[in-house]
Design a protein around this ligand. Structure first.
Ligand code: ATP
Ligand code: MG
Length: 565
């Protein structure tokens, strides 16, 4: 793996509270010197940037302390889970740069063992079959201020419970007619301990176990068992599970089995972003985006397609630290991290997004010169390349103003500018269409300024980019804005929902021209288009029909914030 900035294993950064716990446990020998973490996605959607934080934390800790991190699919809910998601998750974790070795697990592989543990709890008088409907269970749970009501089925005999539970498993009862519940305490101040449901009846095919099961374990029951079976040492999860920890502990203690330690940390929230899989699925299903990998999505596959590097995402995640308080991270920080990474590695090229013809009147019609251009000023080893210059060029429409406002130093009538790596040119005239719009700019060049160097020390205030019209490669370029118009997508007027904050301008497609060297660039290759940002070749791209995504513009609002501090 490349060195990551801020990766605690690569630096002497102070340990966060979870790493301190792990380090202390190693010192005291609590787990016999073992460190075993896990990343446990439910395969009901694609991974997003929030998951990346959890992946970097779990795999990062294992890496730092010489342990292992398991990739475990928490596939206990057959109706929402699919093979497609399993494969996408595997691809995404690999792409992020992590390796679970032989430790790939599926909760569904433990269904029999979980079932056996459930019978053990029944025999111990700690679980019972309940005939209340899910609605009745909900209504009898009580509130934070009132205790719940005990189920009339709570005191069934062990024999009756075993018999009914076996028949639930055998498929004798319809969906929802019975559950297995833990017998804990209906008056517990923690609602999670008020006889939680462990199993429900669900006659649904599972993507891995097929029709073998018609009862499925609930999350709280299953998750601790999965951790225990895999002999995880530190079970790291997000804060919303803090209130579930007593239940996690209760189940494992009641069974008297190996008992990992659950530790909670704050989940990642990003401005201008929705992060829940349910909402991301809605964006996909309802066609607000082109798919899970739409470059506007906060999914890892979307960020990859957008042009994000795995290093930039890891560095972003490490830079967040690990804390106990939920907050919203400015999405500009994520953008900053990819800019920072691509600045070092992306070759610079010339491209024009909104072309305006520029004719160099005194340049010979048939002449072409190969100009030297620097590939990456940040990386002297990257060398130079040739770009063709000719009489007819395209420049950015924005780089010309017939009536320049004050402080505008680019091209305008009578004004001289530098064409990057080209020549000094002076605007002499414009050509307009019937509607009065400028469709062509005419200019003359100073042959003594070859390479864009001043012949006599005279200064020009503007330098603009260009491509040779005859040599340029047409390309579709997709420009993105945030998917939402407000930092908090939930900030909506009464009666509306978060989808009303979707940004109608989040995608703009322009017909651009890029320098000829990009004609055969491959999907996933990344470039800096000078002055315009970082761009990545989209998988839709083919020779003759190039497609680029803008990863991020060059303006770094976050870097400015950081400098001011
Ligand atoms: P979502 O809320 O987006 O649907 P989830 O929690 O249901 O996500 P899981 O597949 O259960 O998704 O998550 C796998 C792991 O990733 C869990 O350990 C979970 O805590 C962690 N995780 C999920 N979202 C975030 C987030 N925003 N920040 C940090 N960790 C997260
Ligand atoms: Mg979850």
């Amino acid at each position: 793996m490349n060195e990551d900035k801020g990766n605690p294993s690569a630096t002497s950064a102070p340990l966060d509270f979870i790493r301190r716990i792990v380090a202390d446990d190693l010192r005291t020998g609590k787990w016999g010197g073992r460190v075993v973490t896990r990343f446990p996605p439910e395969p009901n959607g694609y991974l997003h940037i929030g998951h990346a934080k959890s992946i970097c934390l779990n795999f990062g800790i294992a890496e730092q302390f010489g342990g292992v991190c398991h990739l475990r699919f928490d596939d206990t809910n057959p109706t929402k889970e699919e093979e497609e998601y399993v494969n996408a998750i595997i691809e995404d974790v690999r792409w992020l740069g992590f390796d679970w070795g032989e430790h790939l697990y599926f909760a569904s592989d433990y269904f029999q063992q979980m079932y056996d543990y459930a019978e053990q709890l029944i025999r111990a008088g700690k679980a019972y079959v309940c005939d209340l409907s899910s609605e009745e269970v909900r209504l009898s749970r009580g509130t934070l201020t009132e205790p719940g009501r005990e189920s009339p089925y709570r005191n069934r005999s062990v024999e009756e419970n075993l018999d009914l539970f076996r028949r639930m498993k055998a498929g004798e009862f319809p969906d929802g007619s019975r559950t297995l519940r833990a017998k804990i305490d209906m008056a517990s101040p923690n609602l999670n301990l008020r006889d939680p449901v462990m199993y429900r009846i669900l006659h649904a095919e599972h993507h891995r176990t097929g029709a073998a099961w018609c009862i499925y374990p609930m999350y709280d029951w299953a998750h601790g068992l999965e951790d225990s079976i895999e002999r995880v040492t530190h079970s790291i999860c997000t804060l919303e599970f803090e209130d579930h920890r007593p239940l996690y502990d209760w189940f494992l203690d009641a069974l008297g089995v190996y008992h990992p330690r659950q530790i909670e940390f704050a989940r990642l929230n990003l401005s201008y972003t929705v992060m829940s899989k349910r909402r991301l699925l809605q964006l996909v299903r309802e066609g607000y985006v082109s798919g899970w990998d739409d470059p506007r999505m906060p999914t890892l596959s979307g960020l990859r397609r957008r042009g994000y590097t795995p290093e930039s995402i890891r560095n972003f995640c490490y830079s967040l630290g690990v804390a106990k308080d939920d907050g919203v991270v400015d999405v500009a920080r994520l953008e900053h991290s990819v800019r920072d990474d691509l600045n070092r590695r992306a070759p610079r090229v010339l491209a024009v997004l909104r072309p305006l013809k520029l004719v160099v009147e005194n340049y010979p019609e048939s002449q072409v010169e190969e100009m030297d251009a620097i590939n990456n000023p940040e990386d002297p080893g990257a060398g130079t390349r040739k770009v063709p210059f000719s009489r007819e060029l395209y420049i950015e429409r924005d780089d010309f103003r017939e009536h320049p406002p004050k402080g505008y130093f680019r091209l305008s009538p009578g004004r001289e500018v530098r064409l990057r790596y080209g020549y000094f040119v002076t605007c002499t005239d414009v050509v307009k269409d019937g509607g009065g719009e400028v469709v062509e700019v005419r200019c003359t060049y100073d042959p003594a300024s070859r390479g864009g160097n001043s012949p006599d020390g005279r200064k020009v205030k503007g330098t603009i980019h260009w491509v040779s019209a005859r040599h340029a490669v047409p390309a579709e370029v997709r420009l993105y804005e945030h998917l939402f118009t407000r930092p908090d997508p939930d900030d909506v007027p009464e009666g509306e929902d978060w989808t009303s904050n979707l940004n109608a301008n989040s995608l703009e497609v322009v017909a651009a021209y890029v320098e000829p060297g990009l004609a055969r660039a491959k999907a996933g290759e990344r470039f800096q288009f000078e002055r315009l940002g970082y761009f990545c070749v989209d998988p839709d791209s083919k020779p003759g029909a190039m497609v680029f995504n803008r990863t991020v513009s060059l303006k770094d609002t976050w870097a400015k914030v950081e400098k001011k501090r």
